[in-house]
Design a protein. Structure first.
Length: 303
């Protein structure tokens, strides 16, 4: 009986710890960039969707932006096309772009189905709908890699309408150029641009890493919070791995453009969004603006 009571008290303490964060971000827009293993493993996928549902039900306004690189590669190989990358960017000719759009739209509607199944009102759209994402052609160095887009502008009219009417927008990163050609957009870049345009209070990247480490070889060196000056200094230090470089730069860009907090989370952990948003220390790395209050620093609880 005593152990059961301790468990109940522990659960109550978790709710109390979450209270100031719920109060602070109630009614605020958050953007979740959904990718990595959390999109492949069915249990993780359902965990993320339940997290989004809870965030919505307690008053947050979530927008989900998803990728789909692994599925795109699988389908391209299945139909006999070649997969080529230059500087980490997929070379996207017209046949490849058709596959990209087909796969992303399928993922998009699958996510909507999962959300509707847990009681959310969700709408699946691409960046082409309502001309949300207007893009220019992106180069890999000086090389043309086809229909790969760099976000030029974001039209928030459709997103505002959906949020105001209690829907969760689920967005796949496909945009238009000035001639209305379809372009594949990096999902991190799309999420960053959308979060900036809607003036999101939070932007969360679900990844396959735990967060940012001071020493990539030391798992105990996870950094809970970074200010912009600290993040910029860290980028220059040479301790940031190749895959983290563009993601951390995206975080800095989003903060400098007006997003309050950006979180890099391990999407392989069940309920990672709730653990990061509603606990003092969190489980990932938060990058915060210069005027934002720090919730946690080394040796301290919940500032």
């Amino acid at each position: 009986m005593e152990s059961t009571m301790e468990l109940w008290v522990e659960k109550a303490n978790v709710l109390i710890e979450a209270l100031p964060y719920i109060r602070r971000f109630h009614g605020k827009t958050i953007v979740v960039k959904y990718g990595g293993s959390a999109m492949v493993d069915q249990e993780l996928k359902e965990s993320v969707i339940r997290d989004v549902a809870l965030l919505k039900l307690i008053g947050f306004k979530p927008i989900v932006v998803h990728g789909g690189g692994k599925d795109i590669t699988r389908w391209i190989n299945k139909i006999g096309l070649e997969t080529n990358f230059i500087n980490g960017l997929r070379v996207t000719d017209k046949p490849t772009m058709e596959v990209v759009e087909m796969v992303l739209n399928k993922i998009n509607k699958d996510l909507v189905s999962l959300m509707e199944n847990v009681g959310l009102k969700a709408v699946g759209i691409s960046g082409k709908d309502g001309t949300i994402l207007r893009v220019d052609r992106k180069l890999a160095g000086d090389k043309d890699i086809g229909f790969v887009g760099e976000v030029k502008s974001v039209n928030t009219e459709l997103l505002d309408t959906l949020l105001d009417n209690d829907f969760v927008p689920v967005i796949c990163p496909v945009g238009f150029d000035s001639c209305f050609n379809s372009y594949n957009v990096n999902a991190d870049d799309a999420a960053c641009a959308i979060a900036t345009a809607v003036k999101a209070s939070k932007l969360a990247f679900l990844t396959d890493i735990e967060g940012v480490y001071r020493d990539p070889l030391d798992k105990s060196s996870l950094i809970s919070e970074l200010s912009i000056p600290e993040a910029k200094a860290f980028l220059k230090s040479g301790n940031v791995g190749g895959g983290m470089l563009p993601k951390l730069q995206n975080c800095i860009n989003a903060i400098e453009a007006g997003v309050s907090r950006v979180h890099i989370l391990d999407g392989r952990i069940e309920h990672c969004l709730l653990l990061e948003f509603f606990t003092n220390k969190g489980i990932g790395t938060a990058i915060i603006g210069d005027t934002e209050e720090r919730y946690y620093s080394e040796g301290e609880e919940g500032k």
